[in-house]
Write a protein that binds this ligand. Structure first.
Ligand code: ZN
Length: 275
């Protein structure tokens, strides 16, 4: 006796009122999938031309008043549109994929898409997973001591070689920079809103808001790798109380924490190595 699989059975018809609603919902999804690049381009032009100023005092206020979306979401859409127009854009079919791909180095995008598609449908999650695999593989690759290295070692801002185990943290520099830029943009928009008397009811909070944003910017600056940690030298930093596991020091930390003698000692060693 043959058994019919569920996929062989004829599909039921939806009642007309449910069918209409179903078609309407599918239309929304279709429009989002095919239309996000047009939406991203439009937002980018409004932001670049500053035409939003005819409706609001800042891009942030405009996005919220006109479209009920945050400024951050608008920028995410703009970034997604940029990825869609890049060389890998024809492999991108939705905004989530583009946003995930925007977070990875441009040089790795092709390979990441190949890895993601080999594992199944390409989704934001599979792109993130492929990126994590590449970063992990890079950190576990031991240098080949039998032959000359093909790639030049990465060097920090003081000329020291960054240990491979620390590289994943160093590779987050662009993300930290992006976050710092976001805070700066928010600060600029708040200032513009204040000067345009847009938030009259909250004028008394303006200064504390600006101070909080400056502090946030400064905190992020402390996370930005500048030089290899002077205590653990970036090797097995997990237990290092100086860099707290990061294997690096920010520029501010480098300026204030290591004793001058230690800095001089490292510089001397570096000079000897170069000679
Ligand atoms: Zn350390």
């Amino acid at each position: 006796m043959s058994t019919k699989r569920i996929t062989d059975l004829p599909l039921p018809s939806l009642p007309p009122e449910e069918q209409a609603r179903h078609d309407y919902l599918c239309g929304i999804v279709d429009n989002q999938l095919s239309g996000f690049i047009a939406m991203a381009d439009a937002l980018a032009e409004i932001q670049e031309s500053r035409s939003y100023r005819y409706e609001a005092n800042s891009f942030s206020s405009f996005c919220f008043q006109r479209f009920k979306v945050s400024r951050a979401h608008a920028y995410r859409l703009i970034t997604a549109g940029t990825i869609k127009k890049s060389p890998v854009g024809d492999q991108i079919t939705n905004e989530g994929q583009a946003r995930a791909l925007a977070q990875v180095p441009e040089a790795d995008r092709e390979q990441i898409l190949e890895m993601a598609s080999a594992a199944g449908p390409v989704t934001a999650a599979s792109i993130e997973s492929a990126h994590a695999t590449i970063v992990e593989n890079a950190s576990q690759t031991l240098p080949d001591r039998t032959s000359k290295p093909i790639l030049a070692p990465e060097i920090d801002s003081e000329g020291f070689e960054i240990p491979e185990g620390s590289l994943p943290y160093w590779h987050r520099r662009s993300h930290i920079k992006e976050l710092m830029q976001t805070v700066s943009d928010v600060k600029r928009d708040v200032k513009a809103a204040f000067e345009g008397k847009e938030w009259v009811g909250t004028l008394s909070n303006y200064q504390s808001c600006m101070t909080a944003l400056s502090n946030a910017h400064n905190c992020l600056k402390f996370c930005m790798p500048y030089t290899v940690c002077t205590s653990c030298n970036g090797v097995r930093p997990q237990k290092c109380t100086h860099c707290r596991g990061a294997g690096m020091l920010s520029e501010q930390m480098w300026k204030i924490t290591p004793p001058e003698e230690l800095k001089a000692f490292r510089a001397k060693n570096l000079k000897a190595k170069v000679v």
